[in-house]
Ligand binder design. Structure first.
Ligand SMILES: [Zn+2]
Length: 79
């Protein structure tokens, strides 16, 4: 057994200690998040995984509606 950490199947969500799902045979990966360190050894890997350095990443972030939209909605909600 390669890893002793709890693994979770990426397809069906089943938990096991193996990197191959015992139920569906698909790939499983570590169920727990990476250990946090103030030195952040895996920062580059994490940014790559989340696509932070791609040009379209900022457009995927959650945004508030424009101020005009919020002002337009406010009187209707108060009454
Ligand atoms: Zn599975």
């Amino acid at each position: 057994m390669a890893k002793q950490r709890m693994q979770q199947c990426l397809t069906c969500g089943a938990f096991s200690l193996k990197t191959t799902c015992p139920l569906c045979g698909e790939r499983a990966q570590a169920a727990a998040p990476l250990k946090w360190s103030p030195e952040d050894h895996r920062a580059a890997l994490r940014r790559q995984m989340n696509g932070v350095e791609e040009a379209e990443w900022p457009s995927k972030l959650a945004t508030l509606p424009s101020l005009e939209d919020m002002k337009a909605q406010a009187p209707a909600e108060e009454e």
